[in-house]
Design a protein around this ligand. Structure first.
Ligand code: FDA
Length: 393
C-alpha cells in the first residue's frame, strides 16, 4: 500500500497552499483531486484575472458563527505574505478598487505559481483521483481513492464547499466532518444573485442588463456601497452579492440607487430649470435611461415636470433612494461564489486548523465556517488557513 506523510484532498487554493508549506517542512505530500486540472475555481475567478487577495483584509471582512476564529490564521499568513509570493514570481497585478488585487494577465499565472511551488517542495499532485472513503487507523488514516488505498499520518480536507457543482463541488468535506463527529453548521449559498417574485419580475425584466454604478444596499444593520445590476431573474452585481451573505428568506433589503444625490432637490432644480421636460428626462440625467423610464412609468406621472408637485417629486425620490424589496430567493449553489456555514470552528484549533478530537485531521478553506466578503477575501482565507495547516500536518 502506498504510504505518505500527508494527503491533501482538493487541489484548490487552500489545498495547494497547504501542500507547499508541508512540503517545505520535508513532509512527503500527496494532493488528490477528482478534477482533471488543479485550481479550477482560481482559473475562473475574478473574470479570469483572479482577485487573489485584498489589501485591507482583516477579520471584520469575514462571516462566521465564531468571528474570532479567523484572527490567528489571517495574522500568521497575511495578504502581504501572499503578495510577496506573487511578486517573487514576477506576476504583474493591479488594484482594481477597494483594495482588490487582480492579475494584469491571467488567473492561470496564480495556478502555475502554486503548482510550481508544490513541485519545488516535492509535493505530488494526482488529478482525476477521487477521495471516496476514509478510515481512522493507528497513527493515521486509510483513504480510498479510485479503487486503491492510501495510507497517511495527516489528512487535510480542502475539498471546498457546495458552490458551483458543475465545477466539481461535492460537499464531501462535510461528510468527512460528520463521520468523525465534528459539528457542521447549516450551509447556504452566499455571494449569490437574488431573485424576484413573478410580479416584480414581470415589471422589471425589461431592465435586465441595466447597471447602477453605485448603489447603497442594506439588510438589517449591514450595508454595502458598490455597483448593482438588474438580471433576467432579479438583481446582482457586487453590492447585491455582498448583501446576499447576510440576507435570509423573508428579509427585506433596502436599496438606494443614487446614494450620493439628494434626488428630491435635484428634481426640483430640474423643474425650475426646464419645466417642459418629462419626469423621465429629468431622471435620466442621473440614472440609466431604461431605469429612468421604468421609474417614471411606475410613478405614473405623465406630462411636464412643471405640473408635478413637491409631494410627488418626493415620492419619486423615495422610489429611487428608499426602495425596499423582499427578494423571493437566491440563484442557489448553481451560481453562488461561496458557501456560508460549514465545519463548526468550535471543533477546530484556530492556529493549526486541526480537528480537536481527531489527531491528524485538518480542515481548511471554504469547507470551514469562515466566509469572506466579495473582493479577494475568500482566497486570502484559503491561503491563510492552508498555510497554517501546512505548518502542522
Ligand atoms: P476549492 O473549491 O477551490 O477547491 C476544492 C477542490 O476539491 C476542487 O478542486 C474539487 O475538485 C476538489 N474535490 C472536491 N471533492 C473531492 C473529492 N471527493 N475527491 C477529490 N477532490 C475533490 N474568491 C476570491 O477571493 N476572489 C475571487 O476573485 C473569486 N472569484 C470567484 C468566482 C467564482 C465564479 C467562484 C465560484 C468563486 C470565486 N471566489 C473568489 C471564491 C473562491 O474561488 C473560493 O473561496 C476558493 O476557491 C475556495 O478554495 P478551496 O481550496 O477551499 O476550495
Amino acid at each position: 500500500m502506498e504510504t505518505v506523510d500527508v494527503v491533501v484532498i482538493g487541489a484548490g487554493a487552500a489545498g495547494m497552499m497547504c501542500a507547499i508549506e508541508a512540503g517545505k517542512r520535508g513532509r512527503s505530500v500527496l494532493v488528490v483531486d477528482h478534477a482533471p486540472k488543479p485550481g479550477e475555481k482560481i482559473r475562473i475567478s475574478g473574470g479570469g484575472r483572479c482577485n487573489f487577495t485584498n489589501l485591507n483584509a482583516s477579520p471584520k471582512n469575514f462571516l462566521s458563527q465564531n468571528p474570532h476564529f479567523c484572527i490567528s490564521a489571517l495574522s500568521r499568513y497575511t495578504q502581504r505574505d501572499f503578495i510577496g509570493l506573487v511578486e517573487h514570481y514576477g506576476i504583474a497585478y493591479h488594484e482594481k478598487t477597494l483594495g482588490q488585487l487582480f492579475c494584469d494577465g491571467s488567473a492561470t499565472q496564480i495556478i502555475a505559481m502554486l503548482v510550481g511551488e508544490m513541485k519545488r517542495h516535492g509535493a505530488e499532485l494526482r488529478l482525476a483521483t477521487r477521495a471516496e472513503h476514509i478510515e481512522k487507523v493507528d497513527g493515521g488514516f486509510l483513504l480510498g481513492v479510485n479503487g486503491t488505498r492510501l495510507r497517511c499520518q495527516s489528512l487535510v480536507v480542502a475539498c471546498g464547499g457546495k458552490s458551483i457543482p458543475k465545477m466539481g463541488a461535492t460537499g464531501f468535506g462535510y461528510d468527512i466532518a460528520a463521520q468523525f463527529g465534528l459539528r457542521v453548521l447549516e450551509t447556504r449559498p452566499a455571494l449569490v444573485p437574488l431573485t424576484f417574485d413573478q410580479n416584480t419580475l414581470a415589471r422589471l425584466k425589461p431592465l435586465a442588463g441595466v447597471a447602477v454604478e453605485e448603489a447603497a444596499v442594506s439588510c438589517g444593520k449591514t450595508a454595502f456601497r458598490e455597483a448593482m445590476l438588474f438580471t433576467h431573474r432579479g438583481i446582482s452585481g457586487p453590492s447585491i452579492l455582498q448583501i446576499s451573505s447576510y440576507w435570509r428568506e423573508g428579509d427585506e433589503i433596502g436599496i438606494s440607487m443614487l446614494p450620493q444625490t439628494d434626488l428630491f432637490e435635484a428634481l426640483r432644480q430640474a423643474r425650475a430649470a426646464n419645466g417642459r421636460q418629462a419626469l423621465q428626462t429629468a431622471l435620466a440625467a442621473h440614472l440609466p435611461r431604461a431605469l429612468a423610464q421604468s421609474i417614471a412609468e411606475e410613478a405614473n406621472l405623465p406630462g411636464n415636470i412643471a405640473d408635478i408637485p413637491d409631494r410627488q417629486l418626493r415620492r419619486v425620490a423615495e422610489m429611487v433612494n428608499g426602495w425596499r424589496i423582499k427578494p423571493a430567493g437566491s440563484e442557489g449553489y448553481r451560481t453562488a461564489e461561496v458557501t456560508l456555514g460549514g465545519i463548526d470552528t468550535r471543533d477546530l484549533d484556530s492556529r493549526t486548523m486541526a480537528a480537536r478530537s481527531v489527531p491528524g485531521l485538518y480542515f481548511i478553506g471554504e469547507v470551514v465556517d469562515v466566509t469572506g466578503w466579495l473582493g479577494g477575501y475568500n482566497f486570502q482565507w484559503a491561503w491563510s488557513s492552508g498555510w497554517c495547516a501546512g505548518q502542522a500536518a
